[in-house]
Design a protein around this ligand. Structure first.
Ligand code: NAD
Length: 317
């Protein structure tokens, strides 16, 4: 079972699990994801999708072996627009889904995030680092929802005997990101393909380490099918500045766009790089797709969107 399966990462998880021969049920309320992401899977008899808001009630008939809990707004544009829904799905949605894991005697994997490290004072970030998060800053709604979800998952493991795992995912990119989701890579690609200036926050010297979605999915499933409780970082340690990412996007698209520097968002992390030693040791996992290759595949996908009318995400409130 994949919650949030209609989203960017969740849809890739559903697809890979079906390819690997599993039966997959997706639960999603289409708040920030879309059934379009699953359209190519709907004819597969091993796949089903139930429209469910996890903050209300979760019921799934039959046996469930593994639950991958990915439901949550995840891009800053979404969680800043949907702060209460983000906190509710991280808290109540996670609570309901852990209850289902207990009822079904299923292994439960929580999709946590590198955002639990906040604006980190330790670099790169190992799993043992407790983070540097501003709970009352605008990003607190997401960071603290995930930190709470980690605590709840741990409590269900220790006090209820549920077999749980926590994966801390670092920035992931690839096909099916929304062009307007506000994250740097889709924004830069959309701007470059439209010939508009690429808007780089601050002076662009802040760093990100980005992992191609196929690698992220391999790491997540490696943890899901192990017996390790985590937390385990999954991300690509290949770190580069945001300015460099923008320049690479211009080169990969062959665009004539220029770069425009804009204000940095509040509490925007200065650096971000996973320490992936644990994933290498316990999952034998390392990212395989290099940046130029992943970027080129992603640009190709965005080009195919350019002629259609892509879904623009939830209506602004
Ligand atoms: P996404 O917005 O594309 O997908 C999230 C999905 O959850 C959407 O389909 C949405 O409709 C669904 N959802 C939200 N609230 C729900 C609710 N109450 N009930 C049922 N479904 C609900 O985001 P994504 O980028 O695919 O991220 C998926 C997960 O991975 C999130 O939990 C996120 O925190 C985590 N993650 C992603 C990244 C990344 O780089 N994309 C990095 C770290 C962690």
């Amino acid at each position: 079972m994949v919650t949030g399966g209609a989203g960017f990462v969740g849809s890739h998880l559903c697809e890979r699990l079906l390819q690997d021969g599993y039966r997959v049920t997706c639960l999603d309320n289409f708040l920030t994801g879309t059934p379009d992401n699953l359209a190519h899977l709907l004819d597969d008899p091993a796949f089903s999708c139930l429209r469910t808001d996890l903050t209300e009630y979760v019921h799934v008939p039959g046996d469930v072996d593994v639950i991958l809990h990915f439901a949550s707004p995840a891009s800053p544009i979404d969680y800043l627009r949907l702060p209460i829904q983000t906190l509710k799905v991280g808290a109540i949605g996670t609570w309901h889904t852990l209850g289902l894991a207990k009822e079904k005697d299923a292994r439960f994997l929580l999709a946590s995030t590198s955002e639990v490290y906040g604006d980190p004072q330790v670099h790169p970030q190992p799993e043992s680092y407790w983070g540097h998060v501003n709970p009352v800053g605008p990003r607190g709604v997401y960071d603290e929802a995930k930190r709470y979800a980690e605590a709840l998952t741990t409590a269900y493991r220790s006090s209820e005997g549920v077999d749980t795992a926590i994966v801390r995912i670092f920035n992931t990119y690839g096909p099916r990101m929304r062009p307007d989701d506000g994250r740097a890579i889709p924004t830069f690609i959309r701007q470059a393909l439209a010939g508009e200036p690429l808007t780089v926050a601050g002076d662009g010297s802040q760093t990100r380490s980005v992992c191609y979605v196929d690698d992220t999915v391999t790491g997540i499933l490696g943890l899901a099918f192990s017996d390790h409780p985590g937390p385990v970082n999954i991300g690509n340690p290949d770190e580069r500045s945001v300015l460099r990412i923008a320049e690479d996007v211009i080169a990969a698209t062959g665009s004539r766009s220029t770069i425009e520097f804009v204000d940095r968002p509040v509490d925007d992390p200065g650096v971000r790089r996973p320490d992936t030693t644990l994933a290498e040791q316990v999952l034998s996992w390392k990212p395989q797709v290099d940046w130029q290759e992943g970027l080129s595949t992603t640009v190709d996908w965005f080009r195919t969107l350019a002629d259609s009318e892509p879904w623009q995400g939830p209506p602004r409130q």
